[in-house]
Design a protein around this ligand. Structure first.
Ligand SMILES: [Zn+2]
Length: 310
């Protein structure tokens, strides 16, 4: 009993340290991967009290006139810690907060940036997809984090991207592209022309098993386009902060192709989803982290999608 209690309080203490629940918000650590391009690396993990929900890569880009933020984290506290990191590097105002898609670990820190003149930018399809899931997301973050999630609520985009849009930060342009359904139905990528840096959002997972919440077929098609872009710096949604020149997209393609092939074979042979999940897994899957948490869900998503394909 005593050791359980001790562990419980140790967990709370770590969570408090992680998100600075007591006193001023400690800034997130960031790496400058190219001139004026800063990225915080989130843990490859699910949300726990120990990591305080700090599980996605979060970025900011500094122009001559203002700053753009790309994804804001799972909680209001993480958003504030990202803002504190920005203030360590520039006094310029934040003019844009860009969300790469509606998953809570990318959008729930938005609330920390609300204020005069800040424009929130996302795919045209984000508002409906986020509102359909917001309540469940809030519940999950609250249950996992308790007080560390205090003040967290969804903040919706004020500007929507239907195809391609360019934002000007003063001497620096970001090109935003909304994608057909892939990881989700509202994926958005960002490209900084000055440094040829590409933010894939969760169209690219590294180390963390890719999570299908949209279309495995659409995602495989998107990977072809992302490979063709040939960016100088590549920031994935999860994993190391710059994976340019790595085989990240090829590994992701191998995993998603494996899921699609496994499910198509099972459907052809008349096997149920349960049988597919119970069949166990191959080496293609074993190299990833968080397989237990996400692989059965991916099989389920793919099974639903592919069951009725021609
Ligand atoms: Zn996601």
């Amino acid at each position: 009993m005593l050791s359980q209690v001790t562990r419980h309080f140790a967990g709370l203490w770590l969570a408090a340290l992680a998100v600075g629940a007591w006193g001023a918000q400690a800034p997130l650590s960031v790496a400058e991967i190219a001139t004026g391009v800063f990225v915080h690396r989130g843990a490859v993990a699910e949300v726990t009290r120990d990591n305080g929900g700090d599980i996605a890569n979060l970025s900011f880009v500094v122009g001559e006139r203002c700053v753009a933020v790309i994804d804001t984290g799972s909680t209001a506290a993480i958003g504030r810690a990202l803002l504190a990191a920005i203030r360590q590097h520039t006094r310029l105002p934040v003019c844009y907060v860009i969300n790469t898609h509606m998953h809570f670990d990318h959008v729930f820190g938005n609330v920390a940036f609300e204020g005069d003149g800040v424009r929130f930018v996302a795919s045209q399809r984000l508002p409906s997809s986020l509102s359909a899931r917001a309540e469940g997301f809030l519940q999950r973050v609250g249950d996992s984090l308790g007080e560390a999630a205090e003040g967290t609520r969804p903040v919706y985009p004020t500007e929507l991207v239907d195809t391609v849009t360019t934002l000007d930060l003063g001497g620096r342009r970001l090109v935003l592209k909304a994608w057909p359904t892939a990881h989700t139905d509202n994926d958005l990528t960002v490209y900084d022309e000055r440094t040829a840096t590409l933010w894939t959002g969760d169209l690219l997972f590294v180390e963390h098993l890719p999570v299908i919440d949209g279309s495995v077929r659409g995602w495989l098609a998107a990977i072809d386009d992302l490979v063709a872009l040939g960016a100088r710096h590549v920031v994935p949604g999860h994993g190391p902060v710059d994976v340019a020149g790595s085989d990240g997209l090829e590994r992701e393609r191998a995993y998603l192709s494996h899921v699609a092939a496994t499910v198509r074979r099972a459907i052809r042979d008349g096997r149920s989803l349960r049988e597919v999940i119970d069949a166990g897994e191959s080496e293609t899957v074993a190299e990833w982290q968080l397989v237990e948490a996400f692989h059965p869900r991916n099989l389920s998503a793919a099974y639903t999608e592919l069951e009725w394909e021609d």
